[in-house]
Write a protein that binds this ligand. Structure first.
Ligand code: AP5
Length: 214
């Protein structure tokens, strides 16, 4: 099964994708993670996108379609969770073609709806483990032991450079202008499921399971 998680910054896409990886053996394909990896390892492409990402704007379709296309070749039959991709109609069309070529269509597109005011609190309080990527929040999901990752025991943590109120405003604008038209696109294809992303993490996981198991 292949699914797309779609929602504004801080909707909980990464949090839920990681649960699906653990619970269902699916593979998370996050273009944000791929771009951050390229940035951190100092590739030419990474340095080209660094400023764009820090401002909260979208990088070019050509770059992200190329990244996704490479990763699809290594899926090896596992179901994919597209997290943060597609984000434009051009990306959605490209994904349709890539999946049709492989004979593995997208089964569900899940929109996670969260109020804009809640997103600010989620984004500015987020931090993650530098070793395993587990995602935490200062208030709603702190580590069990202060300064130690619950999942792997690492004591190194990261905060994203685009998790500021200013960059969030640009990211939200990009979501409403460039990504939200995809909701109509997938509704018309009869693949869209909408769920309330304001609930607790477990409740949102339950709602996603309901869609996948229907
Ligand atoms: P990307 O990395 O994709 O960021 P994003 O879409 O802005 O989404 P986030 O990762 O910020 O949020 P999330 O929904 O995963 O939330 P999370 O689970 O972490 O993209 C970054 C940048 O890369 C873009 O701005 C762009 O520049 C570029 N880019 C990436 N893909 C691109 C593409 N396809 N095209 C062009 N450019 C692209 O949760 C957030 C916080 O909330 C956490 O602290 C978590 O603990 C907490 N939380 C989660 N769920 C809940 C809940 N139910 N209740 C309470 N708290 C919760």
């Amino acid at each position: 099964m292949n699914i797309i998680l779609i929602g504004p910054p801080g909707a909980g896409k990464g949090t839920q994708a990681k649960r699906l990886v653990t619970g269902r053996g699916m593979v998370q394909l996050s273009t944000g993670d791929m771009l951050r990896e390229a940035k951190d390892s100092g590739t030419v492409m990474g340095s080209r996108v660094a400023g764009i990402m820090a401002r909260g704007e979208l990088v070019t379709d050509e770059i992200v379609i190329g990244l996704i296309s490479e990763k699809l070749d290594s899926l090896d039959g596992a179901g994919a969770i597209f997290d943060g991709f597609p984000r434009t109609l051009a990306q959605a069309d490209a994904l349709e073609r890539l999946m049709a070529d492989r004979g593995t269509p997208i089964d569900h597109v899940i929109e996670m709806r969260v109020d804009d005011e809640a997103l600010v609190g989620r984004i500015t309080g987020r931090f993650s483990c530098a070793n395993c990527g587990e995602v935490y929040h200062d208030k709603t999901r702190p580590t069990r032991v202060d300064g130690v990752c619950d999942a792997c025991g690492s004591t190194d943590f990261l905060r994203r450079s685009d998790d500021t109120e200013d960059a969030l405003r640009t990211r939200l604008m990009a979501y409403y202008k460039q990504t939200s038209p995809l909701l109509g696109y997938y509704y018309a294809k009869d693949r869209l499921a909408v769920l309330d992303g304001m609930g607790a993490v477990d409740d949102v996981s339950g709602a996603i399971a309901h869609v996948l198991d229907a």
